[in-house]
Design a protein around this ligand. Structure first.
Ligand code: PLP
Length: 418
């Protein structure tokens, strides 16, 4: 006997691409397989890397025999203070118009931002870069029903660079007051291309003119340049331009701004799910009311956040030795990726693979946006057991001295054929 259920009408959905790729990679028995799919750092042996600063913090915390009580709803206050210091720098972080909460990593921050904007800002549109981290679409689809998701051009395949004119024209022509625009703070995922400071200033002018609500997504602070302060430049510039000075004309100030911060990549704390959301209001407006609404959303979603990641990040950022160890760790990751870029480019050139491979070295952060087509990516997987996203994004930390020549030969093969 079968019982009817409305749930039987639900079609089966595919698993998110990067997770599906990792599953397929794990099942693959080919000895030379290479995983360039998931955005996680790997060491020179292509193994998971616990940052030495994180290892030391873990040992320290273990010796403290800490309890496991609930955190307050907005999270651990000492951690939140350090999260603010890291993004805004210690001076701006003192400002009264920044209010922050702990989140379930960068994804949780983005999700909370979407929920909050959908309920209280009520924008007509959210502008998302084309291409982007694939979860932006899903997050705004689920948390912001009724808000139209619009793409702004970001990447110009003909020049393999930022499509700055397309981006600014789309915002100028289509965005309306209070619309949300998501901007990647640094090391844009998946293109590895960031605006220059001059371009950021121009984007800020459009934001002011149209009074747009910026949601900065900061998932790679430290990964772009190896210097967390340098990588926070755009966020600090936007803060100072719009929210730092009470004498600014109110007609040029957006309703507010949000920064979504992840500690997954720059602390290697992927599975600990640690992040923060920073809400900024205009200098004359108290953020308190809006903050209490964020807190209420957190209460209904997760009640309160988890402990370990917050303790770990706080310990590292407040201990002078550990902090400088962490800065070294960030540099280690950024420079290994940079050297992998150089090796891949020279391997491709040495074997005479068709094309101009300079872009591999120009791009920033964890990824290379290769421009390989779906068919080429498919062949890389089927024939060469090399796994990467269909849009041609390659996570470079899956490369090392042992496999870079193999990957270059495989790329030459797929480029020669298609
Ligand atoms: C642009 C961007 N934002 C946010 C995230 C979320 O990261 P997590 O939730 O692991 O902190 C990622 C992860 O890949 C990302 O690339």
């Amino acid at each position: 006997m079968t019982y009817p259920s409305i749930l039987s009408d639900l079609p089966e959905l595919p698993l998110a691409e990067s997770f599906a790729l990792t599953e397929a990679y794990n099942l693959d028995t080919f000895p030379e397989k290479v995983n360039l799919g998931q955005g996680v750092y790997r060491d020179e042996e292509c193994q998971s890397w616990v940052l030495p600063s994180v290892r030391s913090a873990e040992e320290f915390l273990h010796q403290q025999h800490l309890n496991h009580e609930y955190l307050p709803i907005p999270g651990a206050a000492p951690f939140i203070k350090e999260a603010q210091n890291l993004v805004f720098g210690p001076q701006l972080a003192q400002k009264e118009n920044i209010r922050s909460v702990q989140t379930v990593a960068g994804t949780g921050a983005n999700h909370l931002a979407a929920l909050f904007c959908a309920r209280y800002l009520r924008p007509k549109n959210v502008f998302i870069s084309d291409p982007t981290w694939d979860n932006h679409q899903l997050i705004w689809e689920t948390a912001g029903p009724g808000i139209e998701r619009k793409l702004y051009p970001y990447y110009d395949p003909s020049t393999r660079s930022l499509h700055f004119d397309g981006m600014t024209a789309e915002l100028e022509n289509s965005a309306e007051e209070n619309d949300v625009v998501i901007l990647h703070a640094c090391a844009h995922n998946p293109t590895g291309i960031d605006p220059t400071q001059t371009q950021w200033k121009k984007i800020a002018e459009i934001v002011a003119k149209k009074r747009l609500f910026v949601v900065f997504d900061s998932a790679y602070q430290g990964f772009a340049s190896g210097d967390p302060d340098a990588d926070a430049w755009a966020i600090r510039y936007f803060y100072s331009t719009f929210f730092g000075d009470a004498s600014l004309s109110t007609s040029a100030i957006p309703a507010g701004m949000i920064v979504c911060q992840s500690f997954s990549k720059n602390f290697g704390l992927y599975g600990e799910r640690i992040g923060a959301l920073h809400l900024i209001t205009p200098p004359s407006v108290s953020p308190w009311g809006a903050y209490t609404h964020l807190v209420r959303l957190i209460r209904s979603e997760i009640s309160c956040p988890s402990l370990f990641g917050a303790r770990c990040v706080h310990t590292i950022l407040t201990d002078l030795d550990l902090r400088s160890k962490w800065i070294e760790d960030v540099k280690t990751m950024a420079s290994r990726i940079q050297s992998v870029r150089t090796s891949l480019k020279s391997e491709l050139e040495n074997i005479g693979a068709q094309g101009d491979w300079d872009y591999i070295e120009r791009q920033i952060g964890m990824f290379s946006y290769t421009g390989l087509s779906k068919i080429q990516v498919h062949r890389l997987k089927q024939v060469h057991h090399i796994y990467m996203l269909e849009n041609g994004r390659m996570s470079l930390s899956g490369l090392n001295g042992n496999n870079v020549a193999y990957v270059a030969r495989a790329i030459k093969d797929v480029v020669d054929r298609h």
